[in-house]
Ligand binder design. Sequence first.
Ligand code: ADP
Ligand code: MG
Length: 733
Amino acid sequence: MVSQRIIKQRESLPIFQFRQKIIDAIKSQNLLVIIGETGSGKTTQIPQYILESFEDCRLIGVTQPRRIAAITVANRVSEEHGTRIGDEVGYCIRFDDCTSSRTRLKYMTDGVLLREATLDPRLEHYDIIIIDEAHERTLETDVLFGLLKETYRLRPELKILIMSATLNVEKFSDFFNECPIFIIPGRTYDVAINHHRDAKISSLKSTYVQRAVDTALYIHTQEPPGDILVFLTGQYEIEKACLDLDDRARELNYRKDVKYYNEIKDLVIYPIHATLETMEQKAIFEDPPRGTRKVVFATNIAQTSVTIPGIKYVIDTGFVKQKTYDPSTGMDALLVVPISKAAATQRAGRAGRTAPGKAFRLYSRESFEQMEEETVPEIQRSSLLGTVLSLKKMGIKDIIRFEFIDPPDHILVMNALKQLFLLEAIDENGKLTPLGDEMCIFPLNPFLSRVLVASARQFECSKEVSTIVAMLSVEEVFFSPRNEEKLFEVNEKRKEFYHPSGDYITLLNIFEGYRDSGYDKDWCRDKYFNHRALSMAKSVRDQLRELMQKHEIPIISCRQKENREDGEDIHRKKRSKRSYYETKARKYDVSKILESFSTSYYIHLAKRHPHRPVFYHYASAKVHTNEIVDSNNSLLALHISPTSALHPDNKIVKINNLDWVMYHSVLYTSKALMKVVSKVNFEWVEEKIKLFKKLETVNLNNESGEKQNDKSNSDDESVVIESDRIERYVMEE
Ligand code: ADP
Ligand code: MG
């Protein structure tokens, strides 16, 4: 039964009075763009209107750019609809499918729909597709635009709806055959904007969290009742801000310090970020107890995806964490960067949804004026590796001429093609190889799919590798305490799992430990591991193995037959904790596992400097055998991350015993840190690195037969680092 309260709430939304008009528009149009203010009810209501009035509609798919938004919204809508989640209303995100044969309304990430489109370009299951939050312009959404246009040509009866928050939507309509635009008139209230007197945004990088907390406290003590929404960039910051504000609010003497103490007697604080347990706090959406002010610290998710009612004050730090292509590794890095003007305006608008409000910008008016007008679409600033592989799989031959709403830079496409060539997923004519085809089976980053296929087809260790790949596909398994003393203890405990070959086997050790504990939550707590990440890794591993079984890809263990009895291990564990995991790992053919990884990560091969504890990226250093040529000191020195088993301080392995390593990503702090590092034998990769050389002679976008003008040259692989390089990056954590 749906409560009266929910029915009232639904009917009070701005969108409700247009219900019939919207239904009529959708009935009469197969392509339609709908825009309306954030919070007007597009995401939660329109799919329900369709559900309620299109009785013969089999399945409605609604995409969301963010996993957590997909889950939250689906939960809310199933509640409004009076059904259990996974029944008529469900959601599907990567590795977590909560739908059933009864599901008619499916919220999902744009990535999930993109994958479905790769496997079935006609999207036969769906009668209606809604691309929601289109203004976010994620990579996946942009690619979906191009694909859906083709799907629509194949299936003109398919209804496609594009929903967006901001006004600049002629572009969507132009792209979709100049289809009609439905505007939901919104009512918004004035928001008074306060800029900081003189703070330049560039000077705020290291202080904005603190300043945001100060400002929240200022509002709490000086301003009339009303809830506060603060925009930060990530989980770590948000948790820190919550703790800080809580500490400081406890010290308040309300009678003395709080101007409106008659009405405000307490403070509740909530975080919202990507790794929250399914928005475990429904309370975020509810009014706080009478006499209490609510403060929500959120990532960009609260800018347009999720609306929290009751917000009267917005604190805008001016920053966002954004995917940014790093040409030195050919991969994306998550960087904290200033927002655009459009984003700042959206953020401020969150304060004026139901009554006049105030926005506090921590930066000056001048800084605002200098911001970019609009956020650059992700497709123009990310690695296109996975995207290009999907497009190849769908038989799209000429990627450069694919119909993008805003085409990505030619160089980004070429770099993706080159990487796919290095991964042997495409051949020298740019054609998908059987290996590349097999890689598409897995919903993984192509580097990891390549490794998994190699471990099954070549190195006979896919059982172990599927576990490690799963561990690499979930959030951070290491819990990092904030205080120094704890940190020491955590490091000591972690050492038990470190393996001298590096982080792949370390991750395997951790998972095995978790398994041997009976997947025990307390074990995780005791060892300072993130239980949610580990249990997710278990689920991912199981799903990968299911896919392997389905596609007849062998699941083979490289565990050596002797020493099989686990009982024996338990004895050893009692005698010497340290040797337990080492011994266990020794039972595997470690080289086979590492060699599997080297099939991809030779692309991230680094060689140690002969006399210093730094490494250089192979391709850039042109260390074609043993010498490092660094003629003008322009090479980026790579360091081993302190969280790696191989970091010298961990004393697991002497740095002099490392010559070649492979790594996953580079994190820029005051140094460039290699994350997920393992040893590699040069012989394993000797043949492969010849492909770097071969790149110079191939023409990868040539599948269409047309002559292309490839502006990039082979030197792209080498990286000349500008001297201010490190400065430009703000570290992730
Ligand atoms: P739009 O997509 O137009 O931005 P939504 O459909 O997301 O709007 O939100 C409509 C209203 O529903 C908002 O007022 C929001 O506060 C409310 N709402 C959304 N999700 C939840 C939830 N999980 N719990 C309670 N209220 C919610
Ligand atoms: Mg929405």
